[in-house]
Design a protein around this ligand. Sequence first.
Ligand SMILES: C[S@@+](CC[C@H](N)C(=O)[O-])C[C@H]1O[C@@H](n2cnc3c(N)ncnc32)[C@H](O)[C@@H]1O
Length: 315
Amino acid sequence: MPTSTSQVATGRPERYIKQLISHLGQKATADLGGDGRGVITFQHGRCVLTPAGDHLVMIATAADVGALADVQDVVARHLLRFAAQEELTVDWTEPVAGDSLQIVDPVVTDYLVTHCTPADDLLQELVLKTREATGGAAGMQIAQDEGALLGMLVRLAGARRAVEVGVFTGYSSICVARALPEDGYLLACDVSEEWTSIARHYWERAGVADRIDLRIGAALETLRALPNEPSFDFAFIDADKVNYPAYYEEIVPRLTSGGLVVLDNTFRGGRTFDPAFQDDSDVAMRRVNEIVFQDARVESVMLPVRDGVTLARKH
Ligand SMILES: C[S@@+](CC[C@H](N)C(=O)[O-])C[C@H]1O[C@@H](n2cnc3c(N)ncnc32)[C@H](O)[C@@H]1O
């Protein structure tokens, strides 16, 4: 579904949103939230209006580019009419679909990667080894900044016992295991003997093999076989996307109070935000994002780190 945004400079974004909601609400469904955010839903598209300081941010979405142009036109025309006392400029960006959204500008990524704790020689070697041994699958490996984030979260949570769903060649498990205390424990779940044989080799060399318990098999079965009691302080979910809701539901009861569950790829390259994408993984990811958001057992935050990283901390 194409989406387009416009950032309109104005000192009165809240006022215009109210006027647009009130006026267009006569022909479409229009809701104003307590935070001043407005949503107008037309038959073939919608526009989200957000006050952002001295800007009004408008996000238009529609079923196709023709319908998107209609949404842009009706909202912009009314806005300009209400703004008789000031000269507003409404410039819409080119339409983009979910899978071509640029979530983080590459310039920003480059800067932040060069300004966070670097991967050590072993992790850098693992990156090269993974490319050589797994080819295109190497894209599944988490990146340096996400690895640094995981290690920091494990330390901040003071975690002693962790679980990982989706080991691959071991990058994230090394980051997690290194951040655990010496007598810490990481339960590592994966289906692949081949990929985890590389992980095992690097765990040895990283000096963390003794704290990692690798279980080969469907992770859902491994999790369900665990005692249903809070015994983990940290969890990282990074495996098959269709099972994310089930992984989350198995993990939360097994988290201690203050324990953290981290979910990777919650944006799915932007497909999560775009209802045009409806494969099983897209649907499952939207579902788990809703489950986490609605879950009274946790507080949560979604970070635009790489492909979307969600943190949920159990009360
Ligand atoms: C995205 S990769 C994990 C990347 C890893 N966290 C890293 O840092 O390199 C996903 C992994 O999930 C595993 N996987 C897929 N389906 C699974 C399942 N049902 N149960 C357990 N592991 C699964 C795959 O074998 C693959 O190694």
